[in-house]
Design a protein around this ligand. Structure first.
Ligand code: GRF
Length: 264
């Protein structure tokens, strides 16, 4: 067996994906071990799952931070190494016209929370960070401090839809309501947009007329529990690389995309 990689996980809820990852680690199905579990939600059940397995946990209560900073000037509260202009130039979360004050407050409060996450994480060296139902958007402030080598991203997310369809908070719900005949899950590297990063792996399932939103979610989650450990193993084996591709379309315009190549 190869050396085990150290995986950090961020969660917000039940943590069934986290459980699948822990189980895959403990049964030596993948060359990894979980180094820590962090959450934005002190009530997340996934934290209990981690503690049961002796995995260190921590919480950064985003909701409390947002509440406590409401109406207060943020200049003295943001981390010392936070640069608003850099974050605004890189972010691809808020596009189009939006109120400058609102955008500034969004990125400042997130940087305060993300700095707290980073300070906790500093106690646990890790090779890969997995978002497993972490319901907060990560900004360039955080991403750049984890992805210290820009050509070797090391934050993964699992999304409950076949991206690029249905990004956002309710992938299975959106898939079902649209009347799709196929649903699925996607594991991707995290970039500066929302669910836009290079795709590592996908699994799909059929949606039949008998399905409800609940059975769609059940079918999807079962596949997620297989997909996430598989993608972590590809990372552990050093088989993932991100390459920039450029295609010329029929109308002559160029299409650029960073994609994941999987070495055989
Ligand atoms: C999963 O459907 C995942 O794709 C999405 O949030 C859900 C988390 O479920 N990002 P769990 O907490 O792992 O059970």
């Amino acid at each position: 067996m190869a050396n085990k990689i150290r995986v950090g996980a961020l969660i917000s809820g039940g943590g069934s994906n986290l459980q699948a990852i822990i189980d895959a680690c403990e049964s030596d199905q993948i060359d990894a071990r979980v180094a820590f579990v962090g959450s934005d939600n002190p009530e997340a059940d996934g934290l209990k799952r981690a503690r049961k397995h002796g995995i260190p946990t921590f919480t950064v209560d985003y909701q409390a931070i947002i509440k406590e900073t409401r109406g207060k000037p943020l200049e003295n509260l943001v981390p010392e190494d936070f640069d608003l202009d850099t974050v605004l130039a890189r972010q691809q979360l808020i596009v189009g016209p939006s109120e400058r004050d609102h955008v500034t407050r969004f990125f400042c409060t997130r940087a305060i929370a993300e700095n707290a996450l980073l300070r906790h994480m500093a106690a646990y060296p890790f090779d890969l960070l997995v978002l497993a139902g972490f319901m907060r958007i990560l900004t360039p402030y955080f991403i750049d401090r984890v992805n210290t080598n820009p050509s070797r991203p090391r934050i993964m997310n699992i999304h409950p839809a076949l991206l690029p369809s249905f990004p956002g908070a309710d992938g299975y719900g959106d898939t079902y309501r649209y009347g799709c005949k196929v649903g699925g899950g996607t594991v991707h590297f995290v970039d500066y947009g929302e669910d836009t990063g290079p795709v590592i792996g996908q699994k799909a399932f059929e949606i039949t007329p008998e399905d409800t939103i609940d059975t769609v979610r059940e079918k999807g989650l079962k596949l997620e529990w297989q997909l996430y450990p598989e993608c972590i193993q590809l990372f552990a084996e050093g088989r993932l690389s991100v390459v920039s591709k450029t295609y010329t379309l029929k109308n002559g315009s160029k299409f650029n995309k960073k994609v994941v190549e999987i070495a055989s």
